[in-house]
Design a binder for this molecule. Structure first.
Ligand code: G1P
Length: 290
């Protein structure tokens, strides 16, 4: 069965990005003119997903509004013959089938995914976390789906993270099967540097068999009193094989202030309308060597 459904958890409070996230979901932070979540949805679609379940929470209405039709704006653009803008706006609301489920309290990533269980109805599915923006010709989620299609096993995307950052990630220990693929041996949520089994971290892309739901449920609450996806993955790995895959591509952690700024700079440098002007400007502030 081809993977067609994806869960995008977007219920987190965005505390790393306060104060702006006081009144704005972190998923809606713009990279130039599109919110981060737009790129994540585009990645899902380019990976073959045609049904997306957003798990949202309080004050996330603007995500629903963004992907919905906007009759007044569309009528205005039509009257003013702004056809390009009209098409852009209409395209967003017809991108893909989107469903919204609310997580009543932010009880952790595992709990958010569990909320989508009914909608997944026993199929393998993908999970994309809204903070991670990944750029590559073959989208990261597609790469995981291809591993899944070959081995029919849950697969999580990983990359090496700096030692001092291991306590921000689910960290794995794996047996290398080839250059990019590991058989998962262990996964620990946000370990201290001294307890980390490696510096290979799970980033926000996963493909799961539906058994993950029972495993999350069985795991109960973990680090920080939250229901952790990582604990569910550990139980799943006891029951069936789980793979970790070193994806190809560049990842930006847009939930981190520096990661967000880096994403904006890189996207701006590739913008066909102002990349040259921007480079000229950067030269004036950084000196001629940049
Ligand atoms: C979550 C997961 C963690 C994973 C990370 C990737 O943590 O719990 O295992 O490594 O996403 O971004 P969060 O960043 O939501 O604290």
């Amino acid at each position: 069965m081809e993977i067609k459904k994806a869960v995008i958890p977007a219920a987190g409070l965005g505390t790393r990005f306060l104060p702006v996230t006081k009144s704005m979901p972190k998923e809606m932070l713009p990279i130039i003119d599109k919110p981060v979540i737009h790129y994540v949805v585009e990645e899902a679609i380019a990976s073959g997903i045609d049904d997306i379940i957003f798990v949202t929470g309080r004050s996330k209405r603007s995500i629903e509004d963004y992907f919905d039709e906007s009759p007044e704006l569309e009528m205005y653009l039509r009257q003013k013959h702004k056809d390009d803008l009209l098409k852009m706006v209409e395209d967003i609301s017809s991108m893909v089938d989107i469903h919204y489920i609310r997580q009543k309290e932010p009880k952790g990533l595992g709990d958010a995914i569990l909320t989508a269980r009914k909608h997944i109805s026993g199929e393998p599915f993908a999970v994309l976390l809204g903070d991670d923006l990944i750029v590559n010709k073959t989208p990261c989620t597609r790469q995981l789906i291809e591993v899944f299609n070959k081995y029919r096993c849950s697969t999580i995307a990983v990359e090496e993270v700096p030692q001092e950052k291991v306590s921000s990630y689910g960290i794995i220990k794996g047996t290398p099967l080839d250059e990019c693929l590991y058989s998962l041996e262990e996964i620990v949520e946000k370990p201290s540097v001294k307890d980390a089994p490696s510096n290979i971290g799970a980033i926000g892309r996963y493909v799961f068999t539906p058994e993950i739901f029972d495993c999350i449920k069985m795991a109960g609450s973990g680090v920080g009193g939250e229901i952790q996806l990582t604990d569910g993955i550990r139980l799943l790995n006891d029951m069936q094989k789980v793979y970790a895959y070193k994806f190809a591509g560049k990842r930006y952690d847009t939930g981190d202030k520096l990661g967000y700024v880096k994403a904006i700079i890189d996207f701006a440098m590739r913008n066909e309308y102002f990349d040259q002007d921007l480079k000229a400007y950067l030269k004036t502030i950084l000196g001629a060597d940049c």
